[in-house]
Design a protein around this ligand. Sequence first.
Ligand code: KIV
Ligand code: NA
Length: 275
Amino acid sequence: MKNTTVTFKKAKEEKTKLTMLTAYDYSFAKLMDEAGVNSILVGDSVGMVCLGYEDTLPVTMEDMIHHTAAVSRGAANALVVADMPFMSYQTSVYDAVVNAGRLIKEGHAQAVKLEGGFEVTEQIKAIVSASIPVVAHIGLTPQSVNAFGGFKVQGKNQEAAQKLLDEARAVEKAGAFAVVLECVPEKLASKISQELSIPTIGIGAGAGCDGQVLVYQDMLGLFSDFTPKFVKKFANVGEIVGGAFQDYIKEVQEGSFPAKEHTFKMDDEVIDHLY
Ligand code: KIV
Ligand code: NA
């Protein structure tokens, strides 16, 4: 059954956990969809794990549309959420609505996600008014890396914790149907989850959230540039992949691949009559 914003609402009411994973292409979206994940996020993390940038800032609308469309073709049942890239919504409310619309019309996502609290509530309201569901994202918001001066846990002291709780309330009031909490201490994330009537989706925010999200390259051990503390490797696929590549190279070099069963046959006579 297709997951929708109603699925998210029900899960919050019924206290069942929501699952979300990132994907950037058709094949992985299909694997996740068939495994039964509620939602697939086409994260702007695509810039780091697929495109090799150092942070998410260079990612463009064209990048996001390209990857979102691929994921959408593989996601029969998962709710597809597309990230709004840096500078696609910060510049104005108008830009935010236009660019959110492109992710839906050209990327075929069912919802968009954008980073920030108080400073983006007008954008959230306007996008929601255009009938586009919005996921908010507070705590560590990677597009603000230069403003933060690095990636660190958010909301630890009294003032910062209060601000984060107030921001969560503000994005809910603006009309977001869910909110991602990234790198927030477990106790604060639990408190925010209890206070909100929309589901919280945690990443590095503990088990008190209403759902969880991970970057698939991280949880499969496919991305080794760095591994944050909150990542659990559910499989070491990087090792399996590396081993397969080595076997392929060896078998091609020694001539054992391709074998008879991988080759196409034809009558000897045809060859014999070639001149
Ligand atoms: O881009 C991304 O992958 C994200 C998740 C980490 C929530 O925004
Ligand atoms: Na993101």
